[in-house]
Every structure is written in C-alpha cells, then in structure tokens.
Design a protein around this ligand. Structure first.
Ligand code: PMP
Ligand code: GLU
Length: 399
C-alpha cells in the first residue's frame, strides 16, 4: 500500500497570495519584465536604523534561545505601543511574540478552537483565515459583505450566522483584500454581539498604520473591559516597518489564552528569531518618521492606481480607505475571450493577464469573490503606470 500524506494536509489549499508572488519573482529572475501587483508586501527596504539594530544584536551575541513568549525588551516595547497607539493596557504576561502575525493567528486559533467549533469570517477575507480555522479542526463560516457597502458586513447580518457552536469572529481592519476600514460604530455593534453571545474576537490589526485621508484605527479591544477580555489582538512589524522577511508578529489578549498560545508555541517553533526580536524592539521605539513617509507614498500610489483604473471602460473599483490593496471588479469581462480563451472567472483573468501582458494580480476567488481580482499598490508609481496601461490594453483585447 502506498504511504499517503494526512487527510488534514490533503485538504489544505496552498496560499495563493504567496504562490502568485513567487511566480512573479521567478519570471522576473528569468529576465522577464513582470509588473507585480500580487505581492502583499511593501517594496521599500527595511529602514537603516532597524538593520543597524540587527547588526548590533549579532555583535552583542544575542544569538541564543529567548523566552518562548519573547524577550523582555521587545514585550516591553509592544506593551508601550499598545498603550500609546491603541489605549490598551496589558501586563507583560498578556503578550506573546511569534514568527510573524501568521503564527500568532495559528497559535490563537489552536488555543481556542475545539473540533466542530465555528468561526465567523466576514468575506472577502484573506486566504489564510479559513485555511487556518480548518487546520485546527474548526469550521469557517464565511459571511459576505457587499461591494456597495465597502464590503462591511452589517452586525445584523453577522448575527444571523451565530449558532451555539460559534466560538470566534475574525476581524481584519484595515482589510486585506478590500482595503475597507471598520469604524467605531460597526465595531461597537460587533462587540455587543460578541459579549451577548459569548465568543472570542480575533482582531488582526496588521495594517493599522496604513489608513488614508486622516482616518484613525480603532481596536475593538479598546471599546470596553468586557470586549477586551474576549479579544485577542494580533499585530506585527511586517507591513508597518517593511519587515516581511524578518518574521516578527505579536498577540495580546486574555491571560489564559496567551498562556495556552505560549505552551503551544513552546512545542512548535520555541521563540521567534532572537536577532529579529531586537530589531523589532528598536523599530517600535523609533518608527514615526518612516511610517509618515510611507503613508504619504502609499496615498499617492493609491490615488494614481485608482484614477487610472477608474478611467478604463469595463472595469470598476472603489477607493480603498486602508491597507495597500484594491479590489477590481472584472464582471463585465467574464464570458468574453482573449487570445482564444474564455475568461470564466478571476483565475482565468489573472492567468491570461500574466501570460500575455506580464502583469501579476491575485484572483479574488481565493478571497471569496470570483468577480474581482486583487491588486496591491505596494510598488513604485512608475510600475503602476506601466502595469495599469498594460491592463487597459488587455481589456481592449477581450472580445
Ligand atoms: N494578516 C493579514 C491580513 C495579512 O495580510 C498578512 C500577510 N502578511 C498577515 C496577517 C501575516 O503577516 P506576517 O507576515 O506578519 O506573518
Ligand atoms: N499577506 C500578504 C498577501 O495577502 C502576503 C502573503 C501572505 O502571507 O498571504 O499578499
């Protein structure tokens, strides 16, 4: 009998976002002129003061295991950040550092989900949420938001999907892939539901520093002691400090949940990288200037991409309020053909666009909406101009 892999692993759909990104990087390495709107990572290099901190960490011999939940230095900076930026008071034992926000999510869901528990996920949603829920034995319950409502799911709609098995709700504001931002009123309504029915909220705030037009981030945990006691806040340095490769994320939440996450992590990856932990601590102490400059640049890129896309006949999009993603509605092209191939949905569109125009976008089927593709504007303005012009040519070729 042939040896097989587990049923659990057979059922995993590999991350489409990471797959598209590595395909675009591979084509570029082959010398092809690929414009990448797929990558969910800032194109800027990590600021020098952070790189210098990593060199200092090496020179100081910070090359050993650290406590599983993170160094005192980094946890103290996270504690100060959560108070300063979010008005949230946590003890050091309520905080854990992990290998990226992705591991924090995996730890958090592993800590709270039993087989058969349901997890509410407003959709469109980042690809990894439903996969992680399934991997830990839970059932993802996707609740669709509408484009005309900036994809925000009204609390009344969410309430219809609550059952006696609902164990958690995953929120992501600013949102990947829609770019929408949840305001205080919506968050209050969600918090009331969580407290009334008794379920956890996992609040993924990784794009917190990328909110445009003077908008402000609100953490649902800051809306009262009741909801704070049920919320696990997830954040990290990947997006705000251009540190995707360093793999540092963190979570803060109820003591018993953080303790369970720490036990879980003690048998999986132990601590996050010791050198990156020191660099992340320094990043958090001194990042205002870099973040201000990157927000200005992302604002200009967002406006440029939106203006160019809105002027193309046959495509629709709306101006995102946060993160660095835009959903592009390709409904009017579905059923048309390009280069003799019918566009049946977002995968066909993304595949044909990459093949014929060397522009990488992510099919939003992966996020739960097959009528859209997701574009990331974490790339230069020059590339945005070239890439969107190629999309315009592509659309004209569809018949
Ligand atoms: N949450 C969201 C919404 C994301 O888009 C990503 C992608 N980076 C993550 C979490 C994971 O972040 P990290 O790189 O810190 O693991
Ligand atoms: N989160 C980013 C994205 O959505 C990076 C890739 C990933 O981790 O999914 O593109």
């Amino acid at each position: 009998m042939a040896l097989t892999v587990s049923q659990k692993c057979k059922n995993i759909h590999p991350s489409v976002t990471l797959a598209i990104d590595s395909r675009a990087k591979q084509l570029r390495a082959m010398g092809l002129d690929v414009i990448g709107f797929g990558a969910g990572e800032p194109d800027f290099d990590t600021p020098k003061y952070i790189k210098d901190a990593a060199k200092d960490a090496l020179d100081a011999g910070l090359t050993k295991y650290t406590p599983v939940a993170g160094t005192l230095e980094l946890k103290s900076e996270i504690q100060a950040k959560l108070m300063r930026d979010n008005g949230l008071e946590y003890e050091l034992t309520d905080i854990i550092v992990s290998t990226g926000a992705k591991q924090c999510l995996f730890n958090a869901l592993s800590a709270i989900i039993d087989p058969g528990d349901e997890v509410l996920i407003p959709s469109p949603a980042w690809v990894s949420y439903p996969e992680i829920v399934s991997m830990v034995g839970g059932t993802p319950v996707m609740v669709n938001g509408l484009a005309e409502n900036s994809y925000v799911v009204p609390a009344e709609e969410l309430e219809k999907h609550i059952t006696d098995k609902t164990k958690a709700l995953i929120l992501n504001s600013p949102n990947n892939p829609t770019g929408s931002v949840l305001d205080r009123e919506v968050l209050k309504a969600y918090a009331e539901l969580a407290v009334k029915y008794g379920f956890y909220v996992i609040s993924d705030e990784i794009y917190e520093k990328l909110i445009y037009d003077g908008g402000h981030h609100v953490s649902i945990a800051s809306l009262g002691e009741d909801i704070k006691a049920q919320t696990i806040v997830i954040n990290g340095v990947s997006k705000s400090y251009a540190m995707t490769g360093w793999r540092i994320g963190y979570a803060a939440g109820p003591k018993n949940v953080i303790k369970a996450m720490t036990s879980f992590q003690s048998h999986t990856t132990s601590n996050a990288n010791s050198i990156a932990q020191h660099a992340a601590a320094v990043a958090l102490t001194n990042g205002e200037r870099f973040m201000h400059e990157s927000l200005m640049e992302f604002t200009a890129r967002r406006n440029l991409m939106y203006d160019m896309l809105s002027s193309i006949n046959g495509l629709k999009c709306s101006l995102p309020q946060g993160a660095f993603y835009m959903m592009l509605d390709i409904s009017s092209l579905i059923g048309k053909s390009v280069n003799g191939k019918v566009i049946g949905g977002s995968d066909d569109f993304a595949g044909a666009l990459l093949e014929s125009k060397m522009v990488a976008v992510v099919p939003a089927r992966a996020f739960g909406d097959d009528h859209c593709v997701r574009l990331s504007y974490a790339t230069t303005r020059e590339k945005i101009i070239v890439g969107i012009s190629r999309i315009e040519e592509f659309v004209k070729e569809c018949e």
